[in-house]
Design a binder for this molecule. Structure first.
Ligand code: NAD
Length: 249
């Protein structure tokens, strides 16, 4: 596995779940990691403490990525603190599930603003830094439901599909500057987001997984570390499903 020594990585929504695992894995490979959180200061500090105990380097950065002003300032703060920005992982995300006819404007807006507009704003700010450096890797955490759709998740699936369009468009724009942009589409990963689901929904989800098990946050983190590394230097504009065989055709 190629080293990420001295690379600076920003991971949004990194106080728990997949984001925290990504932060720990990138730090373990030598990256200096900016652990972004919106409200969970203690949890974010615990992620940083764990990274430092393991011999890595990390720092917390508070920002609500659904607010374009805060998201832009976050990228500027991380770049100013570490002097560069090599890796961005747009991981922050929320769900507000409900059937279409009962979905409120607020639930639509909140999910699109956090999951899609947040990734757009962070990517726009990071692209300016990375284009100047003529290097960088942006990784958007989409979802298998962005590929397949999902009843009860019109807002979330639309936002996650939007992230794939964002990934492919920006990959085309930035390729000539050696900035790579890829997406990961996780399947069913065991985190706080999915443990809220009922046993019946979990059982039904498992039935769609060819490998017959749920994924762990570390499974996504390993894919992120690969896409962030020089081993993936010829990969851009791709969507990598990490789903135990939910979506392959
Ligand atoms: P999670 O709810 O445990 O973590 C999401 C993180 O995002 C939390 O730390 C939360 O505080 C943060 N966040 C939310 N809104 C934010 C904001 N406005 N600004 C900054 N941070 C914010 O969920 P998770 O399962 O770890 O999911 C991480 C990402 O992976 C999400 O984008 C999610 O949609 C995606 N994903 C998860 C699964 C799964 O099965 N768990 C599957 C596909 C995709």
């Amino acid at each position: 596995m190629s080293s990420l020594e001295s690379r600076v990585a920003l991971v949004t929504g990194a106080s728990r779940g997949i984001g925290a695992a990504v932060a720990r894995t990138l730090a373990a490979r030598g990256a200096l990691v900016a652990v972004n959180y919106a409200g969970s200061a203690d949890a974010a500090a615990a992620v940083v403490a764990g990274i430092e105990e393991a011999g890595g380097t990390a720092a917390v950065f508070q920002a609500d990525v659904s607010d374009p002003v805060q998201a832009t300032a976050l990228v500027e703060a991380v770049t100013a603190r570490f002097g560069r920005l090599d890796i961005v992982v747009n991981n922050a995300g929320i769900t507000r599930d409900g059937l279409l006819v009962r979905m409120s404007d607020e639930d639509w807006d909140a999910v699109v603003r956090t999951n899609l507009t947040g990734a757009f704003t962070i990517t726009r700010a990071a692209a300016k830094v990375m284009m100047r450096a003529r290097a960088g890797s942006i990784i958007n955490i989409s979802s298998v439901v962005g590929l397949t759709g999902n009843a009860g998740q019109a807002n979330y699936a639309a936002a996650k599909a939007g992230m794939i369009g964002l990934t492919r468009s920006v990959a085309r724009e930035l390729a000539s500057r050696s900035v790579r942009v890829n997406a990961i589409a996780p399947g069913f990963i065991e985190t706080d987001m999915t443990c809220e689901l009922s046993p019946a929904v979990r059982e039904a989800a498992l039935g769609q997984v060819a490998m017959g098990t749920f994924g762990q946050p570390e499974d996504i983190a390993a894919a992120v570390a690969f896409l962030a590394s020089d081993e993936a230097r010829y990969i851009t504009g791709q969507v990598l499903a990490v789903d135990g065989g939910m979506t392959f055709v």
